[in-house]
Design a protein around this ligand. Structure first.
Ligand SMILES: Cc1cc2nc3c(=O)[nH]c(=O)nc-3n(C[C@H](O)[C@H](O)[C@H](O)COP(=O)(O)OP(=O)(O)OC[C@H]3O[C@@H](n4cnc5c(N)ncnc54)[C@H](O)[C@@H]3O)c2cc1C
Length: 236
């Protein structure tokens, strides 16, 4: 067995809108990871045993393991939804290198929907540690039914020192929304930050949203060595 594999018990879940679930598991003794890293989850599904990769959406200081994912109706996601407290899954990690250089002072995220998971982990960790890093999170979502981690992230944005700025962009905002509408574009980004003013850019999410985000990065003329990309390969 992979030495990074643990058998972990399912704890609980929260569902956001109809399309997104946050799943928590017991954290094995000694398990540690850096924000931005991912793990592989193995469950028995109606189509046999399957393994998929998920970025840790919690911070390293949290006493549980957490993954956040789109509920697509796939055999894997339905198996996650069917878990009851105490059911055991395989959890292999940590893996991946999308971690933050601690010497970087300013971090900007371009993410859509569930692509927020590394940003949430990195920002939650930094805020929890009282870090001096500056963050701006551009987070695109379809509508107001589910903006993952909105309350927590907006709370960081409102609290005190202005170190975290969150810019929500809704494709279909509906009545009463007074934030940004449409899609994340270079013009929209420039209205909030000077993109070349020392920011390090992290782009993450399913391939279908990565391509438009990469175009935004190109339009902003951000040098390649200032950009890290994490593709949630496996989504169409
Ligand atoms: C480094 C890394 C990090 C990742 N982090 C995350 C993360 O934090 N969160 C996350 O959600 N994913 C993450 N992924 C992707 C994840 O591993 C899965 O590939 C992804 O969640 C799709 O799994 P699925 O079971 O929904 O789709 P699959 O069954 O693999 O199907 C692929 C596509 O078909 C569609 N599909 C499948 N079944 C149905 C159905 N019955 N009806 C309609 N459509 C269907 C799905 O929408 C999906 O787009 C990550 C991947 C990598 C490589």
């Amino acid at each position: 067995m992979d030495p990074l594999t643990h058998q972990v018990g399912f704890r609980d879940r929260e569902v956001c809108g109809a399309e997104l679930g946050v799943f928590r598991f017991e954290r094995p003794e000694g398990y540690s990871f850096r924000p931005g890293q991912f793990a592989s989850v193995t469950v028995a599904t109606r189509d046999g045993v399957q393994t998929k990769h998920f970025t840790h959406s919690q911070a390293p200081a949290d006493p549980y393991l957490e993954v956040t994912t789109r509920l697509t109706g796939s055999a894997f996601k339905d198996a996650l939804l069917a878990l009851r407290p105490g059911d055991v899954v395989g959890f292999t990690g940590p893996r991946g290198s999308l971690t933050l250089d601690p010497t970087v002072g300013k971090v900007a995220f371009l993410v859509g929907g569930v692509g927020v998971t590394p940003a949430r982990s990195i920002i939650r960790d930094a805020v929890g540690r009282g870090s001096r890093l500056l963050f701006v999170l551009f987070h695109g979502n379809k509508g107001p039914e589910c903006i993952p981690f909105q309350e927590e992230l907006d709370g960081y944005g409102r609290s005190g020192d202005g170190r975290v700025r969150v810019v929500h962009v809704l494709e279909r905002p509906g009545a009463g929304w007074n934030g940004e509408e449409g899609f994340i574009t270079a013009e929209l980004v420039r209205r909030h930050v000077d993109p070349l003013d020392g920011w390090r850019w992290l782009v993450a999410g399913p391939p279908a949203m990565l391509e438009p985000m990469k175009r935004v990065v190109a339009d902003l003329e951000i040098p390649p060595d200032r950009v890290a990309v994490e593709s949630f390969a496996g989504y169409e």
